[in-house]
Design a protein around this ligand. Sequence first.
Ligand code: ADP
Ligand code: MG
Length: 518
Amino acid sequence: MAVIETKNLSKQFGDFTAVDQVSIQFKSGEIHAICGENGAGKSTLMNMLYGLLQPSSGELLINGEKVRFQSPRDAVSKGIGMVHQHFKLVPSLTVYENVLLGHEICHNYLIDDNVEAQTVQDTIDRFDFDLDAKSIVGQLSVGEQQRVEIIKMLHQDVDVLIMDEPTAVLTPEQIDELLKQLIALKKQGKTIILITHKLDEVKKCADRVTVIRRGKWIATVNNSDVSKEDISTLMVGRSVREIKNDKGHECSGKVGLKLEDICFKIPSGKDVLDHVNIEVKYGEIVGIAGIEGNGQSELVNILTGIIKQTSGKFIYEGKEVIDSSPLKLREMGFALVPEDRYKEGLSKEMSVWENMIAGRYKEGYSSSKGILNKGAIRQKTMKLVKEYDIRNCNDITIKVGNLSGGNAQKIIMARELSCNPKVTVMSQPTRGVDIGAIEFIHSKILELKEANKAVLIVSSDLNEILNLSDRIYVMHKGKIAGVRKKAETSKEDLGRLMVGIDSMRSQDEQELGRDAYR
Ligand code: ADP
Ligand code: MG
């Protein structure tokens, strides 16, 4: 019998159907992956299983019994737990205090700390997790904090663990660690529902895979019967290629963009960027990898003219750039895709066409007297909207604020990449964008390389970095922790650099890592 079964489960928000008559059976003791593009309805579906949302129609059965959850408390009492992407922990408290929050163990009206710590440690040991119940949560790594969230659920004796995009915040090694743990939990009889759009992870650990697209159930398949390509085809509704830079690392040798000893200090005196040296040649795609928060944002902000370095040189074609305002950089031939698309990349209040020429109105869209050539702008905008498949925008006078994040990102990419830039600096070029559109944006980025342009990409998505880059710099604590040619590195190698360890993984360790998945 299915441990959880949904029958024609639907959820409406106003007149929008986020989950549309979805029927799935989750078998006891399996790892069941739920895949779908951004906005497919995965979280909405899971929130109904966990009692955070009430279904608009349809049925939910737990061990064959019809249930109606009013809150997560009801779900937990039926053995269903969920771990969210954003942790809900109290950093100043210990692991055991977090685990027992709301379930404190009292003796004569006093909380008995020793008993509390011991019972939580027992749970940790029972599931063979690497955690100390007495550590302070705020001092733990992100991977460890996630373990605390999982233990919190296991301590309440849940049979089913729902994980919503758990790996988004983890490094490659932490991801491997988590997947191993999920496999171990399965061996102890737990059912795992894993939501992700990363297919490598699905292939590594899932027994079965359900794909949903635009709120609808598309298929449930055995993982061993399908390839990654099969799953992405089901997710997108057509076959997608993974775009790869396999042009070889040939470039003119002439350096377009150079950073020399760049430092950036925040008022407290901390060095957020510490003597950073980076070089991008024409015809080269350079990737910057790293866990978010290691200086990448500041680096991009300097390169896109939003902030000025404290010391060091920003050099373009051999000359130091003194005025690095976004307007000046664009005049010099830069395309800029900043990190915060709404703050720096777009104006939500302005229309699609206004955004399409923002910062570029001098480039043939206005007369010498500064009067905008509306005909030319309209034509260009319509062409880009079509070419970049920017959806829900037949009317180019609507405000950008009304578009989804992915579509807004496509407007920035269309504007910046269509201006024949000599140097392109982009941060998270495909964040929040669907797989189908990622394919398109990646092919546009490769076209820049073929046209002998210099391209710098900052991304926390290692697949993106590895697929596109010729060379990769890894940032850790404001420093360049290492530089690698693409052909000479791997995800694991980059992952180590991301946590500040510069050594190739030994053969033995790699063997161990593989064994865990057998
Ligand atoms: P996924 O987790 O697959 O990325 P979600 O379940 O978060 O997708 O969202 C599915 C769709 O429902 C999206 O288009 C989203 O904008 C919409 N949606 C989600 N929650 C709400 C809400 N509370 N109100 C209105 N629309 C929502
Ligand atoms: Mg989601």
